[in-house]
Design a protein around this ligand. Structure first.
Ligand code: GTP
Ligand code: MG
Length: 299
């Protein structure tokens, strides 16, 4: 294709935890590159999702939810990661949940206002509304002056009303050659996605506390014939957490493994043999060196 007719740009997706940023990204791409769950602080890293359609390439940057709690090294890492995505993008999607505007939304609002790029407000989860009218007062409250370049009430989950947002995104992309090959969908490796899918199952299957103290490391990732062999280590912080992760007679770990394997077989389009181990590494989430060795890489 003639490069002079191409459009290409970066779009940061930011907001407090749990508003539906990763769900929106996966929907826009038509495939899963970023894990999701009903628990806050699911996304821990920046993940690029690349959408190429004809002359248009939109490079989305999914980010960890910005949150007030700064207690541990991992929380500071996640907030830094989200903030750094605001620099050098062409557009910012500020995602909020239509149900509630919280002090954390105020915090994100201040951060996006301080950035150079135009900001569009995305009010997600409108499927939870009884009627559309319920949104009006909320939108007015939010359209404070000229703060936002656009306003999009959507439902990323039920895939409602996304066409105006999609068209807007295309129209905002500056002229310029594509940065990525047409077939590339993310900047992350299959290894990274494998680790994330395991973590997603942990977050989805286990109680409220455990997910925050869990990290996953892929030890080996080898295609042998028609089977992809993946060995992974799940880190927890205490022996009691290890027992919960394994479950009675190994039942919990088996169930996490089965769910993760199914997703991997779909994502990698091959048969997968997944082996999981659980290991205690106390204090890893508040230890910068441990974080670095687990792939928390400051991008
Ligand atoms: N009802 C409803 N639920 C949604 C919608 N979009 C996302 N969700 C749900 O909201 C929860 C959080 O979604 P995520 O996409 O993981 O949210 P996130 O903003 O990426 O969260 P963090 O990565 O933790 O910052 C999940 O249970 C989603 O299924 C929506 O439009 N409607
Ligand atoms: Mg997320």
């Amino acid at each position: 294709m003639d490069e002079t007719s191409q459009h290409c740009g970066y779009v940061a997706i930011v907001g407090r935890p749990n508003v539906g940023k990763s769900t929106l990204l996966n929907y826009l791409l038509g495939q899963k590159v970023s894990i999701t769950s009903r628990k806050p602080q699911t996304t821990r890293h920046q993940v690029l999702g690349i959408l190429t359609e004809g002359s248009e390439q939109i490079i989305f940057v999914d980010t960890p939810g910005m949150h007030k709690e700064q207690g541990k090294a991992i929380n500071r890492y996640m907030n830094r990661t989200a903030n750094s995505a605001l620099a050098h993008v062409d557009l910012i999607l500020f995602v909020v949940d239509r149900m509630r505007w919280t002090p954390e939304d105020d915090m994100v609002f201040r951060a996006v206002k301080a950035a150079d790029a135009p900001v569009a407000l995305v009010i997600n989860k409108i499927d939870m509304l009884d009627g559309r009218d319920e949104l009006l007062p909320y939108s007015e409250k939010l359209m404070m002056g000229d703060d936002f370049d656009g306003l999009f009430p959507i439902s990323a989950l039920s895939k409602k009303d996304l066409t105006p947002l999609r068209q807007y995104l295309g129209a905002q992309m500056p002229h310029g050659p594509h940065f990525f090959p047409e077939e590339q969908v993310t900047d992350r490796t299959e290894r990274f996605l494998a680790a994330e899918l395991i973590r997603e199952k942990i977050v989805r299957q286990l109680g409220d506390e455990l997910p925050y103290t869990t990290a996953v490391e892929i030890e080996s990732f080898k295609q042998e014939g028609r089977v992809l062999h993946i060995d992974a280590l799940i880190y927890v912080e205490r022996a009691g957490q290890k027992a919960i992760m394994i479950g009675e007679k190994g039942s919990r770990l088996r169930s996490i493994g089965t769910d993760a394997r199914k997703d991997m077989e779909h994502a990698f389009d091959t048969k997968v043999m997944l082996k999981l181990w659980v290991k205690v590494k106390s204090g890893w989430s508040d230890d910068d060196r441990a974080l670095r060795s687990l792939g928390f890489d400051e991008r």
